[in-house]
Design a protein around this ligand. Sequence first.
Ligand SMILES: O=C(O)CCC(=O)C(=O)O
Length: 234
Amino acid sequence: MLLAEYIDWWQQHNQQQQQQQEEEEETRASSTLLTPGPLWYCKDWHLAAFDPQYQAYRCPSFFFDDWLNELYDAREQPQPQHDVRTADYRFVYLGAKGTSTSLHSDVLRSFSWSANVYSHLLLDLHGRIPAWDFFAEDLEGLYPRLEEARSHIVTVVQHPGDAIFVPSGWWHTVENVDDCISINHNWLNGHNVHWTWALLRLERRQAEEGIEDCRELCRQDRPSPFFRKLVCTS
Ligand SMILES: O=C(O)CCC(=O)C(=O)O
């Protein structure tokens, strides 16, 4: 979806919401309400890389020491695969009220910061449980340390102009409690790069173990490049 299409959808969605609210007030009967359509969320828009001259914002000084994005900026000869979608770890998010990001911890064990340009975000930062609703009853009994993890949940309401720092490896969810625009960067420096290094080593070891039984199939002298590529990518 193009950005222009997203904005058209957003305007129509808001008109529909308003119409629904008015109808609700008039009839007070839910049977006549419009069926809600899909709720789109524009995520991971590489605005800084999309137009480097534009300089829409400056990185807050607290988050300046950023080896990850510096590495991307220092690439002198971008390869064909380095288009704007893989240009950096600097993102803008545009979301209608009610859009959300489900539970995750950040790429490469990076830190992240998130600044709220417009409207309100609700962030939950918590322990490591793979679930969206931490208080769902069907989790009971599945995780022996559920109660302990629940006691560590932190809920934050971010207001316009607020920025939040998310430490490496912290699981979090986000909900836009209003229409929202935010800026999010992932970054590394001397304080967390050891986590990234440990993760890369672990994942390399796991990948090696995972292909142990078919390693021979990836050999360069295999006759069909197509076959080799297929095996390597899977
Ligand atoms: O704002 C969002 O919806 C998600 C941002 C986030 O969790 C992140 O950048 O790691």
